[in-house]
Design a protein around this ligand. Structure first.
Ligand SMILES: [Zn+2]
Length: 180
């Protein structure tokens, strides 16, 4: 991708500029996995106007936004976005397998993360049986049954919310045990 072609259409609804790195120190051109553009176009077709919020991040930008060290955003293999019908998208991604399977098998998505106000998709270099999914929504944490992990981030490392949850459980257990 080249910053000078930012008005160029790269799918039915998206321009290249929308997928271009927003890092303050972004290079003039960078790689981005085209599978992510196709996947987000598919979601846009089904869930409405889509605002791309994060694509390639430079190492400096990644650490300033608290991204994990080996984030797929660093290598142009992750795109975060929010769709118009965010709640329905989250419902479909957490309440059943159909949409996730479509993204995984048709579009080559290998990482799916849901958050309160956006969704993360990545094409990490793993086999299909090692797809990583996580639910980092603050208020729903721990109650979605279909995700394989919760309270973890892109790379499976416990994030702040997951950590707080486990600390609370541990504290509750200690209080319970010491009261006896
Ligand atoms: Zn992301």
């Amino acid at each position: 991708m080249n910053v000078y072609d930012s008005d160029q259409k790269i799918s039915r609804n998206f321009t290249l500029g929308e997928f271009y790195s927003t890092s303050p120190d972004a290079p003039e051109s960078h790689y981005l996995d085209g599978k992510l553009i196709d996947a987000w176009q598919y979601l846009r077709d089904n869930y409405g106007v889509t605002h791309i919020t994060s694509t390639l991040r430079t190492p400096q930008h990644n650490s300033s936004v608290g991204g994990v060290k080996n984030s797929q955003h660093l290598i142009g293999k992750a795109v975060d976005a929010v769709v118009k019908d965010h709640d329905r998208l989250i419902y479909d991604l957490t309440g059943g397998q159909e949409l996730s399977d479509h993204l995984i098998y048709k579009y080559g998505i290998r990482g799916i993360g849901v958050y309160d106000n956006f969704v993360h998709l990545d094409t990490r270099n793993v086999k299909v049986e090692h797809v990583t999914r996580w639910d980092n929504r603050v208020e729903k944490i721990g109650i979605t049954g279909t995700l394989t992990s919760f309270g973890t981030d892109e790379d499976g490392v416990l994030n702040a919310w997951g950590f707080r949850y486990y600390v609370l459980v541990a504290l509750g257990l200690i209080i319970y045990l010491t009261r006896k």
